[in-house]
Design a protein around this ligand. Structure first.
Ligand SMILES: C[S@@+](CC[C@H](N)C(=O)[O-])C[C@H]1O[C@@H](n2cnc3c(N)ncnc32)[C@H](O)[C@@H]1O
Length: 277
């Protein structure tokens, strides 16, 4: 049963139309957006959510979009009080508090796609690692060495705990800091680089020459208007060429929507050549 079905007969047809069918479940927390016209129907909506998902402890209303350096949305607690939870994804567990760190369960399929591309033995760099979902999902299945960098101290704390909980301590090194400062001091080239922060990735392309070699694969996440979708691979190749990297986009796809007619995209790029300065 979905939310609309659960509310049939309790809300008018017009109100049901206003209700977004989708809501996100992270562990035992539900995150829902409620349009202003339905503000006075909150109790009915919470009741319906608790009927559909019996194990929910907390219901959060999203009151503001993901924003700020740490990319955290604004929430109001509608039900319960605990905002820390543990969720399962792809055979891994993640502890996190969505009111303090970024996490989206909607990216699970994308993380599995990347994991399945990885070969044993690879050295991988994950910029903007958050609470660690990309590194951990990969390291749980593949014998790799991953360096993950995260700036938000709270997300870093969860990243460390999630590494321990998933028993991948020997495969992942978590670093707290700004990629701008950490990357130039790594002194290492990687087989694969993940840039999973579409809102800001563009500003960090200039760091890639420190860590790529010929053959490195970069998974680059970005935002683009629907009308620019076809041009995206060329745009990404041009962005890299500004920093002396010749590259080829191997694959690109939409990984979700960001705003009306603006989507999140991933491009998988192979570094073909890099000019020495
Ligand atoms: C959109 S979130 C993605 C987190 C994670 N990759 C995920 O998918 O769950 C972007 C993350 O980058 C972190 N961040 C922002 N600027 C950063 C920087 N300059 N260096 C390192 N991390 C940064 C934020 O704190 C946030 O956790």
């Amino acid at each position: 049963m979905n939310l609309k079905e659960a509310l049939k007969g309790k809300l008018t047809e017009k109100e049901l139309q206003l209700l977004r069918r989708s809501f996100e479940i992270i562990g035992d927390i539900a995150i829902i957006e409620i349009p202003p016209e339905l503000e006075d129907k909150k109790d009915l909506i919470i009741e319906a959510l608790l009927t559909i998902h019996k194990n929910l402890k907390t219901v959060l209303q999203k009151t503001g979009e993901v924003s700020g350096t740490y990319r955290v949305a604004k929430y109001r607690i509608l039900h319960g009080y605990e905002t820390e939870t543990t969720c399962k994804e792809s055979g891994c567990v993640f502890k996190l508090d969505p009111t303090k760190v970024y996490f989206s369960s909607r990216l699970a399929t994308e993380r599995e796609r990347i994991r399945d591309l990885v070969n044993d033995g690879e050295g991988i760099l994950c910029m903007f690692a958050g609470v660690g979902p990309y590194p951990i999902v990969i390291a749980k299945k593949k014998n790799v060495r991953i360096t993950g960098i995260e700036l938000n101290p709270k997300a870093y704390e969860y990243f460390l705990e999630n590494i321990r909980r998933n028993k991948v301590e020997d495969r992942i090194e978590a670093l707290l800091g700004d990629v701008k400062e950490v990357i130039p001091s790594l002194g290492e080239k990687f087989d694969r680089i993940l840039m999973p922060s579409p809102f800001i990735a563009e500003d960090y392309v200039y760091l890639l020459p420190h860590v790529v070699d010929r053959g490195t694969i970069v998974h680059y996440y970005t935002l683009a208007g629907e009308e620019d979708e076809k041009e995206l691979p060329n745009k990404v190749e041009r962005a890299l060429s500004q920093y002396r990297m010749k590259s080829k986009v191997l694959f690109f796809r939409r990984v979700g929507s960001y705003a009306p007619r603006v989507n999140r995209y991933v491009t998988d790029i192979e570094i073909k050549d890099i000019e020495l300065q």
